[in-house]
Ligand binder design. Sequence first.
Ligand code: WTA
Length: 630
Amino acid sequence: MNTIGSFDEYNKVYSESVSNPEKFWADEAEQFYWRKKWDKVLEWDFSKPEIKWFINGKLNITENCIDRHLEKRANENAIIWESNDVNEPNQFITYQELHDRVSRFANVLKSKGIKKGDRVCVYMPMVPELAICILACARVGAVHSVVFAGFSSTSLSDRINDSECKLVVTSDGAFRGAKSIDLKAIVDEGLKSCHSVESVIVLKRTGSEIEMVPGRDIWWDEAEMGMSNVCPAEEMDAEDPLFILYTSGSTGKPKGMVHTCGGYMVYANYTFRTAFNYKEGQIYWCTADIGWITGHSYIVYGPLSAGATSVMFEGVPSYPDMGRFWQVVEKLKVDIFYTAPTAIRALQKADISFVDKYDLSSLKVLGSVGEPINEEAWHWYDEHIGKGKCPIVDTWWQTETGGFMISPIAHVTKLKPAHASFPMPGVQPVLMNSEGNEIEGNDVEGILTIKYPWPGMARTIWGDHQRFKDTYFSAFKGKYFTGDGARRDEDGYYRITGRVDDVIIVSGHNMGTAEIESAITEHENVCEVAVVGYPHDIKGNAIYAYVISYHKPENEDKERKEIYDIISSTLGPIAKPDKIQFVSGLPKTRSGKIMRRILRKVASGELENLGDTSTLLDPNVVTEIIDGKV
Ligand code: WTA
């Protein structure tokens, strides 16, 4: 097991990991419990693409996340659960209890006829049973497909049908802030168009009234009755699928990214321990939902495989008030705190007394994920939450990569605000220009690709290997295409600039929305901005900017003029937005992605049929944006 204690050591480990990746990853994989060791570390060919790690290795990931810790930490907490309701007591789930509960539910799955390779759809709130359920799937060798419990019934049924799930696990309802959502009703609606599903297991959470379909539906508690706490783990091949997780593509159809048992485990574990500089006994909290890759890798598999204590939060940062995160940090004495820029910006706008009334002195490391973090937010996070003493690891990665790719290493990497900084050991990034040539040296900008496999990478898109090839391995021969742009500065630090596919063509000029957005945020009152194109008779496309201000502009026209001046002097008049609308929020998914599709439609005046808005963090912003359209 490699540990990195200084930047010199990082350089040394990095260069070893690149000159001999197979040795590097074999050393990492050694610490795990394998039923049978691998014959060969890696086979790969990006032209097919085919990627295999730890060939013929046999294991079960739950023996590595649970059983192997029992000797030393049976009574230590694996999961600490924090309810949506500030008055509901925490649940402290020890590794022993996790073992028993996972095994019990694994036996339930078996009793429902679930076998190795079957797909199980999980559509649940952030309660401990969600983690237990996915681990139980892994224990019996079933492939879990977690669908974030904010998706609509159509999104749910599309995903269930795509991977032909046999079983759905859900709950009667979900609490989210002051609201309660009837999940089971959404499942019932979705299942009208799903023919593969044989049974539905329903956890009682909200107590709301629901319908149970006889012969198909069963309550979780009832199903568990009489089940044993022992369930031998199924032996899996390193390359067997562990889970499918859907991520949105540029076309409407979501892509079911497939992750494996062996490589994914080694990678989630290594990146968790390394980037956060995790020390035994620390309390770690990632605020993401398990419905996203961040929750899979950094609430469940990374921390549990490392024997850590992982906090799981059911609620939202603004309930009962904007101090909730900080209240929980104080109460649970959280050491490592990992969240998204979108949450930071929302909390930054609230009164600072929501932060200052809590004792945050337990914090040692902070993290950020999901989108580029702007400098304002970075500094606020550093100053008010980290009190200037906690490194911020700005982790760049994707659903497809399984784990961190470019990230500072806490207490090792000298930080630059808003820079993801350096590649993790084993990761070989390359910047490309649009002609397909590699851009070498520093102080350059290009399209971010990766030229060598890493164990955590997705192996395919469920049922559509051709699409996997077309999307990720065709833009640049022999390289994994990330879809993101990046700058490598004079010191070799990487800064992610945003998606390269967000390009507007105005009067025949290619303009990256990220570039225009970054120019607009130079205005001192601009907190955040999203730029989209809309059809224009003369220019082909025109630019529409949605701007969130720190303080409501006293004179909107004056502020528009100031923004125009900044753009003219930085990018040139061609990049000047035709319209600027001041808004209080942007339509974002819960993982912080701006839904540009909606902004584009509003900008082009297509106000009806905005498509599925069920995954939005706050659907009300859409109404505000429509009402204030300029
Ligand atoms: C963006 C989330 C800048 C990026 C783990 C990427 C980031 C996409 C960062 C993947 C970061 C994620 N800095 N941009 N630290 N982290 N992104 O699949 O555009 O939900 O391609 O995975 O989010 O989003 P996904």
